[in-house]
Structures are given as structure tokens and as C-alpha cells.
Design a protein around this ligand. Sequence first.
Ligand code: HEM
Length: 453
Amino acid sequence: MLKEWVNYQRPKEKKPPRPSFWHFFQLGKSLPDRLIGMARHYGPIVRFPTPMRVFLISDPSVVHTILVTRQQDFTKDLYPYRQLGKILGHGLLTNVDESWRERRLNLQQGFKLNLLPTIARITEECTKILLNRWRKSEQTGRYLYLEDEMLQLMMDITCRSLFSETVSVPQLKKRIRWISSAHRLLMTGRIPWVPTPGNIRFWYAVSRIRREAERFLQKRRQLAQQPEDFLTVLLSLKDKAGNSLDNKEIVDEIITFWATGHETTGAALAWFWFSLNQNDSAKQRLREECEAVFLNHSSLTPEILNEMPYLKASLEEGLRLYPVVWNFFRKTLQDENIIGYRIPKGSTLVLCPLSIQRDERYWPEAEQFKPERFLSGDKPKEHYAYFPFGGGPHVCIGKAFANVQAQIIIAQVMREFDIEFLRKKKTFPYRGLITLRPAQVMRIRVRKVTHEI
Ligand code: HEM
């Protein structure tokens, strides 16, 4: 009894559990599955079986502490962001020094409010182009690659809305290829500065991306009349001393928003269609809501989207099951005692929306796609049991963009087409790159829906 009381008064620090290397690989086929398995088997804080001090965090209250309440004690200055910086440069996502705060504030104020209606309009226009293409392939019965379709659509929307750049389909494809292959090659183990075939392909992709972003900027500088877009916001930014951003700073931000703007939402949409296809009644309800809104409105604005609660809930549920930014990182700036576990200074903490958002303790029937859970007030009380856009000061700056874009695309597609997956299985294998991507091609056929009016 006395012993128990003493322990209660002064809780001991434990070492987090750590699976053996062998067990780690048995926990799942892919890296994301292994992380889910680690959380299930070993609890809220688990050390990875590597010599480096890397810990998986799977407790919503701890995530809240790290991202919000004690965010100043954790930094983003660590290897994965430095690696990503090889592609994105020193843009907002990979900027870990003091200039980040000021840049974030400026960008937030500059484009959040003004650009949403324009983004909505452009999204609608680009989706119409996609639907035109789909009409043709419906007639021929040709199948399509869903992930490519969604990435291409998002690349088109991103280029037009952020940089007022209208590009042809082959050019869109080329740009997606550069960015995707740079991301993929970044994930493979590389020996820096050695001209291996992988490194050469990586350097080539990065130099093409950078050259293209420089071209956007040069073209813009020659224009007499600046369009209302993100690049104009960037060009008008001033630091505390009243200086504008230099060319390198602007190019880094262009690449950052260009890459993050299309890849995340594109992948999220591909997963969304897959999830929706697993639940016929949800699909039916969503279609009815979309049709009802289109009876009264010929086009969608951010305000009209507020009249579509089931659409919002469906997207939220899609991002719960497939949070495309499936993990991200922080480093401890001092020795920590987190819920009784000892975490030394300099450790890497892996925050994994995927494992928490599929945890049955917070999300009953976690593997099922059930948008109703976001409508019924049945959501878990733990705030950070759901954080597909991160949280705290670094919360995704593109969250409002992504939501408006995805909702408009979904509503327009639902109004006209049904997407049929050629692979009939209930699950789809994924792979954990920087974003969560399908491990196999998603082949689909589109069919026109018949309206019963
Ligand atoms: C479904 C779509 C998206 C998801 C799931 C998503 C997710 C996230 C997450 C989880 C973070 C936090 C990373 C961290 O704390 O380390 C983040 C940050 C960021 N996102 Fe997104 N994102 C999406 C769309 C977008 C879009 C459309 C843009 C740009 C237009 C964008 C730009 C950024 C940037 C620049 C940051 C860094 C913010 C900062 O550190 O201040 N994202 N995003």
C-alpha cells in the first residue's frame, strides 16, 4: 500500500517500449501499416527499432501538447524537413528559422480571404474540362487512371489559381512527373553528391521544377497589370524592414505551394472516391444532396457549400480514413517526460494522423466509411483524434483552399458521373511516400448518372 502511494506521488519515468526489428516488419506489409500496428501493440509512445531516437506518438492529448500547448518546446528543424527542402527550398513548409513566423502571418492575411471565391470559380472551370474528357471516355468505354486524373486536375487548378498559368495537358503531365519523381527519389536512400542514376534523375527533376518556377516569376515581372492571384500576393509581401522578397525567396514559395497545392488534394480525392464506393447509401445520400443544390444554383461558391453538410461530412470522413499527410515530425528541444515516458532531447517525434484516426477507441468501426459520424455530434471528445491538416501555428495554410476545391470537384462529378473501380476489393493497398498514395494504379470507368426528374 505504502509502495503504491509513493509511486503515485512520484511517477517514475519509463522507457517507451520498442519492437524488435523483426517484429516491426511483421506488423504490416507497408510502412503506414507498420505504424498502425506499432500503436496497437505497444501503446501511446513507441520507439522505432532504429539506432536513432525516433518515437511514434499515438495519443491525441500528447499530439495536442506537442502541436499546441507546448509547441515552443518542439521544433521542425530536423532531417525529413531538411530533405524536403532539397526540392522546396526555404519555403513556408520547410522554413524552420525565425523568418517563418513573419512569412506565415503575411501569407495568411494576404490570400486567405481574397482568393477563395476566385479559387472556387477556377476549380469549377477546370472540373468542367475534366468532365468533358470523361464524357468522351464514357462513350468509348475506355478506362481511366483515377489518381492521374485527380493529380492532373489539381495541377491545372493550382497553376491557374496560384499563378494564373494555363497549360496544356502534356505540360501538366510533365510537371506532375517532375514533382512526383523528385518526391519518390527523395524517399530512396541516396548517397549525397555521388552521381548515381537515382541522384542524376533527382537533380534533373529538381532543376526542371526550379527553372519552371523561375519562368513563372520572370513572366509575371514583365506584366503591366497584375492578376489577382497568389503570385501577386507573394510579390507584394514586405518584411519588417519594408524589403520585398528576393527572387530566390519567391521561387521557393512558388515551388512549395505548387507542390503542396496539387499533390495533397489530388491524392485525397483519389482516396475519397475509393472510400465512397465502399458505402452505397452514403453515395446515394451525397448524390441527392448535390442534385438538390444544383436545382437552385448553376454554380457553386464557398457560401453555397455551406448548404451541403453531407458533402462536408463525406470529405471529412474521407480524410479521416486516408489522411494524405499521413505523418509529420517534431524534434524535442529538451529532455521530456511525456505521460510518464522518458524522451531525450533531440529525439524525433512522429505524429501519425493515420494511426490515430483509425483507432477503434476513438472511432468505432474505424475501417468503415461513415460520413454520418461527422454530423451526429458523435465525434470523439479528444480534439486531436482527428488532425488531417495538423494543428497549432503550423496548421495547414491551404486547408480552406483544399476544402473548397475538393468539395466543388466532388459535387460536380457526383452530379454527372458514377465512378466504378475495376478492382472490386474492399481495401486498396497504399504506400507511404511523403503523402499516402495508392500502391497500385486505380483503374476506373465512368458512367453517366440518370436523373429521375
Ligand atoms: C487535403 C489536402 C491537404 C492536407 C491533408 C494537408 C495537410 C497538411 C498538414 C498535416 C500540414 C502540417 C505539417 C506540419 O505541421 O509539419 C500542412 C502544412 C502545410 N500545408 Fe497542407 N495540406 C493539404 C493541402 C494543402 C494545400 C492545397 C496547400 C497550398 C495551397 C498546402 C500548403 C501547406 C503549407 C505551405 C504548409 C506548411 C505550413 C507551415 O508550416 O506554416 N496544403 N498541410
